[in-house]
Design a protein around this ligand. Structure first.
Ligand SMILES: Cc1ncc(COP(=O)(O)O)c(C=O)c1O
Length: 389
């Protein structure tokens, strides 16, 4: 019996495959040894250089001049936690949306227990779009410290239009933070022009780096309390955490193989161009949406305009439990998709798919048209089967 080749369509969780150079860079870093900030011998010096270059590449990608304002974390969740617990104190107020990932919702819930006021604004139940005016009105009701927006939904792919919001926030003395987990590397983002104050992202999704990498951008002038204290390789005679970034918020040995992979991935992105990656993603999304729309009894969630969305595409098939669809795709077709609530229960309450959720398919830069056709044929087969019954 011939086994089908496995097809990975869960790039919203982590991108796969990565560019070949990423695998090679991880291996090379592991083999060469050395840790940044931990010596003046060649391996440590080259680790220092690699970390510096990776920061520089991030600054270039997001159009910022001072790369020291990017701190490395182990994923987007760690970056979000650093921003929120480092910034907010009892009595502060945060405005956010009903389409956030648990990486935002859960820290905010804990902060609520510690006296922070959290206001969640509804999003449109069809498109997932939050009205800018609704956010602004909520921010103006009472003194607000932070406006925190999910840049793109990991459930239905909605991109929130934030143009002008950063400038408005600056005028109102409110900080603007974006959860860029689903946009970094997939959408051209100019953090300077957008006047974003805090930007959290993983290195392992659209940026195409290894799992275990992520970062937080912190605009100059914003002070965050560290969440961890310890060795940084600098000012070792002092028992105080260094005052300057990035050391202040990067304690302990960095994930050098991960950062080496991230560096290679960023080089790949800078050479390819994020615009090009976005264009490719839009072609694949268009193909999936048009294909799914033609299949009887498929319901697709989120915007149908490819310019308003990215590649996390949620759908359900009438008469099937979403878990059953994912199970059949996995067991009979060797196609890997995500199913359930995708760590965003509020989003599912809004689109009325709570508690069973949706099937989520998400292509990546290296996904081919033939692979999308194979996925669509598998869904068609399921739809036909149920019709016969
Ligand atoms: C919108 C959003 N925010 C945050 C996260 C958390 O990212 P990480 O797994 O890198 O911590 C995810 C991951 O799926 C996400 O989609």
């Amino acid at each position: 019996m011939s086994m089908k080749k496995s097809l990975y369509l869960d790039n919203a969780a982590t991108s796969h495959p990565k560019p070949e150079s990423v695998y090679l860079a991880v291996m090379a870093a592991l083999r060469s040894g050395g840790s940044s900030g931990r010596g003046s011998y060649p391996q440590a010096r080259s680790a220092d250089h690699l970390v510096f270059e990776t920061r520089e590449a991030l600054a270039q990608l997001f159009n910022l001049s001072n790369s020291e304002r990017f701190i490395f974390t182990s994923n987007a969740t760690a970056a979000i936690n650093q921003a929120l617990f480092g910034l907010l104190r009892s009595g502060d107020r945060v405005v956010t949306t009903m389409i956030e990932h648990n990486a935002v919702t859960r820290p905010l819930r804990e902060l609520q227990n510690r006296g922070v006021e959290v206001v969640k604004i509804r999003v449109d139940s069809e498109t997932g779009i939050v009205k800018k005016l609704a956010l602004q009105e909520a921010c103006l009701c009472k003194p607000t410290r932070l406006l925190l927006v999910n840049h793109c939904s990991n459930v239905i792919g909605t991109i929130q239009s934030i143009a002008g919001l950063g400038q408005w926030c600056r005028e109102q003395n409110i900080l603007l933070m974006l959860d860029g987990a689903q946009t970094a590397g997939l959408l051209p983002i100019d953090l300077q022009a957008l006047a974003v104050d805090l930007f959290a992202a993983p290195g392992h999704k659209g940026l195409m780096g290894p799992q275990g990498t992520g970062f937080l951008y912190i605009r100059e002038g914003i002070e965050l309390a560290p969440l961890a204290y310890g060795g940084t390789g600098t000012n070792s005679s002092s028992d105080l955490q260094p005052a300057h970034l990035p050391e202040r918020l990067e304690t302990g040995t960095l994930n050098l193989p991960g950062l080496a992979g991230l560096h290679a991935a960023l080089q790949f992105l800078l050479q390819t161009g994020v615009e090009q990656v976005h264009l490719r993603e839009a072609q694949l999304i268009e193909k999936i949406l048009t294909g799914l729309q033609k299949i009887e009894r498929v319901k697709i969630y989120g915007p149908d305009n490819v310019m308003l969305r990215l590649g996390a595409i949620s759908f359900n098939l009438d008469d099937y439990d979403p878990a059953e669809v994912a199970f059949i795709l996995d067991q009979e077709e060797q196609i890997s998709v995500r199913v359930g609530l995708h760590c965003a229960p509020d989003a599912h309450r809004t689109i009325e798919t709570y508690p069973t959720g949706t099937v989520r398919v998400s292509p990546g830069y290296f996904t081919t048209e033939a692979e999308i056709d194979r996925f669509l044929r598998a869904v068609q087969k399921m739809s036909d089967k149920k019709r016969k019954i």
